[in-house]
Design a protein around this ligand. Sequence first.
Ligand SMILES: [Mg+2]
Length: 112
Amino acid sequence: MAYRKYEDEEGVIHEFAPMNPVLKKATEVYGRDSQSLMAIEEMSELTKALSKFKRGEDDVDPIAEEIADVEIMLEQLKELYDCREAVERWKDYKIKRLEARLEDSEKEKESE
Ligand SMILES: [Mg+2]
């Protein structure tokens, strides 16, 4: 399976690993509506696991399990909404913005 690529504004080439064939098959068998609903349910389960942990639960495994479920659903959503490249562009943009904010707050701390 070929790697998909795109070039960003700075000329950096980004490559995507081929999608897991089992997840690809799931998108074809169940379709966008069903898998979108499943994603909503899995995100809600992760929300619950995080909230439970905050209330004094100290077992990280339920969080790990729900992160796995959400990642599995996110992979399928990127395929079902044909937006894998757009997601990567948004991630690049947001990570750079976060980096700038972190640098700003470091500078503010230093000048205090
Ligand atoms: Mg789950």
